[in-house]
Design a protein around this ligand. Structure first.
Ligand SMILES: Nc1ncnc2c1ncn2[C@@H]1O[C@H](COP(=O)(O)OP(=O)(O)OP(=O)(O)O)[C@@H](O)[C@H]1O
Length: 307
C-alpha cells in the first residue's frame, strides 16, 4: 500500500545556519498511529511544521496522499489537521462557532452534521454553546482537536498533545486519539513522554539531533531491543562475587544482599539455569527472585545516549 505521507531526503537549515533536520526519510501508513519520540530540540516541531506547510524545507520532497506539499500545496494541506503545542483559541467565542469558523478557513462549505459528529466524538457536544474561556484545560485541548478536524482531514498531527497535562487528562486524551483512529484518521503525534509512545503508537520513530535514528513497529522494537534483568535476593550477605561466576557479569548491590543479572530475551539461551546451578555450587542461597523487562524508556535512553 502506498504511504499516505512520504518524506524523502528532507533537510532543514535555519537562517542562522543551524541544521535542524538532516536527510529525513519517513513513510506514514494510512490508519496508523505513529509516535515521533525525541528529546527537546531534536527537530520534532520543525519536521511537523514542514510537513504541514508552515516552514519551508531546505532540501527534499514531501507528498501527502500523492500531492507534493509545495507544487500542490492546497490539496496536500487540506488533507491535514494540525493541533499545535500551544493552546490558542478565541476565548469569548462558543465552541460551536470556533470549530465551524476553522472549517470555513479551508474554504469548505458548511456541514453542521460533521461538526456535530466531531464534537460528539470528543465529548464536547454538551459544551457546544459554552464560551471557550469557561472550559477546563482538558476541554480546551479537545476544542483544539475539534478545530483541527473541522475540515475533515484524513491525517491529524498532534504536537505534544499531553505536555503539562495531569495523568488523568492524559489518559482521557489517549482515549480520544484511539477513537479518532477507529474512525479512520491517521495520527502522528510527537511526544517526549515515552509512556505515551509505548501506550499509544503502532509504530515509533526516534529522532535525535535532526536525524531519525530508528523507526520500528512498537512490538518489534520492544522485542528486538528488550533486555531482561533477573534480580536475586540472597539469604546471606555476600562480600564479593566469586571468580567462578565472573562470566555472568553479575552486579552485587552495596549491601551485599542482591545480585542482578542481565540477559537477552531474544537469545536461544538466557543462561539462567546454569547461573542458578553455579550459584548453588558456589554455596550461595537465594531467598527470592524477580525479573524485569526493560521498558521503551531504557531503550530510548540508551539510543539517544549512544555516540
Ligand atoms: N526559527 C529557528 N531558527 C533557528 N533555529 C531554530 C528555529 N526553530 C527551531 N530551531 C532550532 O532547531 C532545533 C530543533 O527545534 P524543534 O523545535 O524542531 O525541536 P523539538 O524536537 O520540537 O523540541 P521540543 O521537544 O523542545 O519542542 C532546536 O535546536 C531549535 O533551537
Amino acid at each position: 500500500m502506498s504511504p499516505i505521507i512520504s518524506v524523502s531526503n528532507l533537510s532543514k537549515t535555519y537562517g542562522s545556519g543551524f541544521k535542524a533536520l538532516k536527510g529525513i526519510n519517513l513513510d506514514i501508513v494510512k490508519g496508523e498511529i505513529f509516535a515521533l519520540l525525541g528529546p527537546n530540540g531534536a527537530g520534532k516541531t520543525t519536521l511537523i511544521s514542514i510537513i504541514c506547510g508552515i516552514a519551508n524545507p531546505s532540501e527534499g520532497r514531501i507528498t501527502i496522499g500523492g500531492h507534493d506539499i509545495i507544487a500542490d500545496y492546497r490539496a496536500a494541506r487540506s488533507m491535514i489537521g494540525l493541533v499545535p503545542q500551544e493552546l490558542h483559541t478565541d476565548a469569548f467565542e462558543s465552541v460551536w462557532a470556533t470549530v465551524s469558523f476553522s472549517r470555513g478557513l479551508f474554504g469548505k462549505p458548511k456541514n453542521p452534521a460533521h461538526i456535530e459528529k466531531v464534537l460528539r466524538d470528543l465529548s464536547l457536544w454538551d459544551k457546544k454553546d459554552d464560551k471557550i474561556i469557561t472550559l477546563s484545560g482538558g476541554m480546551k485541548r479537545r476544542v483544539m482537536i475539534a478545530k483541527a478536524l473541522s475540515h475533515e482531514p484524513q491525517i491529524l498531527f498532534l504536537d505534544e498533545p499531553t505536555a503539562g497535562v495531569d495523568v488523568e487528562l492524559r489518559k482521557g486524551m489517549w482515549e480520544v486519539v484511539r477513537t479518532l483512529q477507529a474512525s479512520g484518521v491517521t495520527i502522528i503525534l510527537t511526544t517526549h513522554y515515552i509512556e505515551e509512545a509505548e501506550e499509544m503508537a503502532d509504530r515509533i520513530g526516534i529522532i535525535n539531533k535532526g536525524e531519525i535514528i530508528l523507526i520500528e513497529d512498537k512490538a518489534t522494537l520492544m522485542q528486538k531491543l528488550g533486555k531482561k534483568e533477573l534480580t536475586l535476593q540472597l539469604q546471606n550477605k555476600l562480600e564479593a562475587i566469586p571468580d567462578v561466576l565472573s562470566a555472568y557479569n553479575l552486579e552485587l548491590s552495596d549491601d551485599g544482599r542482591t545480585v542482578t543479572y542481565d540477559y537477552d530475551t531474544k537469545g536461544d539461551r538466557t543462561g539462567i539455569t546454569s547461573l542458578l546451578n553455579d550459584l548453588r555450587n558456589a554455596g550461595i542461597r537465594i531467598s527470592d527472585l524477580d525479573t524485569k523487562q526493560s521498558s521503551l524508556e531504557d531503550i530510548f535512553v540508551s539510543l539517544v545516549r549512544a555516540p
